[in-house]
Design a protein around this ligand. Structure first.
Ligand SMILES: Cc1cc2nc3c(=O)[nH]c(=O)nc-3n(C[C@H](O)[C@H](O)[C@H](O)COP(=O)(O)O)c2cc1C
Length: 351
């Protein structure tokens, strides 16, 4: 079974190709944004994955959008993440931190008092976001100044340094789903008239500068990026998302990232073909794969691994279940983002 064979993504060595996809589960401390003890249990239980990619983690207080999501911008957060890394490594696993700055996809009730919500332009996302007081309209972001852009890149760099100090095997830039990097790339969210907006070249600038800065910290072989061209999530719109992502991938090709994590969108276009045409490194592919379709995908030599999200929720030992052809358990959707261990770290192993 290809899925269970080892592979190397840049400098990260995986024991198998079953990757756990990043999933926000809202179990961090709501005040300190500290990873919790149950997060340690949850990730340790899933250490049999060839690689765990953590839930989105904000690199600054401003980058927080949802409630009870973890951050990495204080020493205390670094120490707590360090315990999670140790627990996963202690069970033979590998773990990458996903850095997610939500930009305009936020609500003030989900953030510390007085912390701004920022974006490339002052355009609110249409729709509502979950808060503990119920669903509320997205807030209108403050358009970032050039100084804010510089500071935000510095925040990602600081978080990358802290991630390596905590023991993470790598970091992944979340560059889809309507969050800050995607907001800079897209015509619907970026109406700037300076060097970070307007032309395609200008809209790419933030992400290129950001990923380049992140790779300077510990080398490109420990940095991945997640994309999903055409993903309209969180009211994202781009006049030509294929051209945007093709140009982005062309521009970063020579950096030599550890991997590109591609979410397919077959109803919109073939994102895997797009990625292959413009990126020559290893690919992790995602979305709605089964064991069988994942095996078939791995026939392509550029596809190094397949990530599974929902299947890992109720099946902590997913690779073992694949190996033994054991049935997969279903998760309880009502407990996806609820606080506490229920529906989170209490799903049993199959053994
Ligand atoms: C509860 C939940 C939370 C998610 N949170 C994130 C996230 O923080 N970052 C991210 O890149 N994708 C996130 N996703 C998307 C998953 O990584 C993945 O792309 C999606 O579940 C499709 O893969 P699957 O069919 O294997 O579940 C989330 C998905 C779910 C179900």
């Amino acid at each position: 079974m290809q899925l269970l064979s080892p592979v190397k993504l840049g400098r990260i060595e995986l024991a198998n190709r079953v990757v756990m996809a990043p999933m926000t589960r809202s179990r961090a401390d709501s005040q300190s944004d500290m990873p919790s003890q149950i997060m340690k249990d949850y990730y340790a239980q899933r250490a049999g994955a060839g690689l765990i990619i953590t839930e989105g983690c904000h690199p600054s207080a401003e980058g927080k959008g949802y409630c009870r999501t973890p951050g990495l911008y204080t020493q205390a957060q670094q120490a707590a993440w360090g315990e999670i890394c140790d627990a996963v490594h202690g069970r033979g696993g590998k773990i990458v931190l996903q850095l997610m700055h939500c930009g305009r996809v936020a609500h003030r009730d989900n953030k510390a008092a007085g912390v701004r919500t920022v974006g490339p332009s002052a355009i609110a996302a249409q729709g509502k976001i979950y808060t503990d007081a119920g669903m509320q309209d997205f807030v209108k972001p403050v358009a970032m100044s050039l100084g804010d852009i510089e500071q935000t890149i510095a925040d990602y760099v600081a978080a990358t340094k802290m991630a390596f100090a905590a023991g993470f095997d790598g970091v992944e830039l979340h560059c889809t789903s309507g969050y800050l990097p995607a907001q800079f790339l897209s015509t619907g969210t970026n109406h700037r008239d300076d060097q970070y907006g307007g032309s395609l070249e200008n809209r790419l600038r933030f992400v290129i500068e950001l990923i380049t800065a992140m790779t300077v910290v510990g080398g490109a072989g420990r940095v991945g990026m997640r994309i999903c061209p055409g993903n309209p999530f969180n009211d994202l719109h781009d006049n030509d998302h294929c051209a945007t992502f093709a140009a982005l991938l062309d521009a970063i090709e020579t950096i030599g990232l550890a991997y590109l994590h591609v979410i397919r969108m077959p109803k919109i276009q073939d994102n895997i073909a797009l990625a292959k045409a413009h990126f020559s490194g290893p690919l992790i592919v995602n979305d709605s794969y089964s064991q069988e379709t994942a095996e078939a995908a791995l026939v392509d030599p550029q596809i190094s691994a397949v990530s599974f999200g929902r299947a890992f929720i109720a099946n902590p030992d997913l690779p073992l279940r694949f190996a033994g052809n054991r049935p997969l358990a279903e998760f309880n959707p009502r407990l996806l983002y609820s606080p506490g261990p229920e529906g989170y770290s209490d799903y049993p192993m199959s053994r």
